[in-house]
Design a protein. Structure first.
Lengths: 64, 256
């Protein structure tokens, strides 16, 4: 199970870039964290998410 | 006034108005930025999904410096995480530290803010900590490497004005960093007053976002901040302890 933005995905392995593109994310407009560590954009295409990983995908919104 | 630059984190700004981008409809954000003449805009970092069709960055002019905040952080560790994510988002190295555990009054936790400031300044961030105006905390923030100090005027989003005026004045007088009033400024006159006191800049969001006419209020704040700055630079006239002092020649009208 991999958790992405709180949602559980029942899979053992998931290539990050394929997931992002499949879900319509623009890699330039997001930051991705795996188990509280930033994944650099340069590593998106080689990063494979594993069972137990907790992923956060964040972007910018209006705020003070 | 033309050479009166606001220097922050090694960058030069002509505007001393930092505009928050929360609570607007996307169409109004651009008008607010333009009418405010703001060169620094705050943003927040949140979980994203691709269902939202509009991205706020499409509405902010390219020459504006982005100032992501760490809102949502309850301690230093979370603030550091958010700051690192914001840098990865391409925001540059400016960050406004905002740490609060209290969800009723939204008051900043100065102790955690000092901890986060120290970590992030060492990592090369230009750290702008939102804080409760306390002299000891401001000194500790300065020692921790803050680029400015951002004391609150009154609770966030309250539009109540300079409730902490006396304590902000102490920071202006004692802290050798730009003092940027953040939170609670509700009217142009209050922004003007903060600038007259010697604040380096004013940050406002709710005052503009909840105004009847957003572009007009953005422009009113711009003018007020410029007027207050000019007043500060000019040096305010003295206040009499008591009595009066005539402004007219002290001769009687048509009499000897």
């Amino acid at each position: 199970m991999i958790k992405i933005n709180g949602e559980r995905i029942e899979t053992e392995e998931l290539p990050l870039l394929a997931y992002l593109l499949e879900h319509g994310y623009n890699p330039k407009r997001i930051a991705v964290e795996c188990n509280e560590e930033i994944i650099p954009k340069s590593a998106y295409d080689t990063c494979i998410l594993r069972d137990g990983d907790v992923i956060e995908i964040v972007g910018l919104v209006g705020g003070g | 006034m033309n050479n009166d630059k606001f220097i922050l984190g090694g960058k030069e700004f002509d505007s001393r108005f930092i505009l928050g981008s929360g609570k607007y409809s996307m169409e109004l954000i651009k008008a607010a930025v333009e009418n405010a003449g703001a060169q620094i805009i705050t943003l927040a970092v949140r979980r994203t999904n691709t269902k939202a069709s509009e991205n706020i960055l499409d509405f902010i002019p390219d020459n504006v410096t982005l100032l992501p905040n760490t809102s949502g952080a309850r301690d230093a560790k979370e603030a550091v995480r958010i700051a690192r994510m914001s840098r990865e988002l391409g925001c540059g190295n400016f960050v406004k530290i905002e740490i609060m555990k209290d969800s009723k009054y939204l008051l900043p936790d100065n102790n955690e803010t000092i901890k986060a400031t120290e970590i992030l300044a060492k990592e090369g961030f230009v750290v702008l900590p939102y804080m409760y105006p306390d002299l000891y905390a401001a000194r500790a923030l300065q020692d921790a490497g803050a680029a400015a100090v951002m004391p609150l005027a009154s609770p966030i989003g309250s539009n109540k004005g300079l409730a902490t005026k006396e304590f902000i004045q102490i920071l202006i007088d004692e802290i050798d960093l730009p003092i940027i009033v953040d939170a609670g400024i509700g009217r142009p006159s209050q922004a003007c007053e903060a600038m007259e006191m010697g604040c380096a800049a004013v940050m406002a969001n709710t005052a503009i976002a909840t105004a009847g006419n957003i572009p007009l209020m953005a422009s009113a704040f711009k003018n007020a901040i410029e007027a207050g700055r000019a007043g500060y630079l000019a040096g305010l006239g003295r206040v009499l302890e008591r009595g009066a002092a005539a402004s007219d020649p002290l001769t009687g009208f048509l009499r000897d």
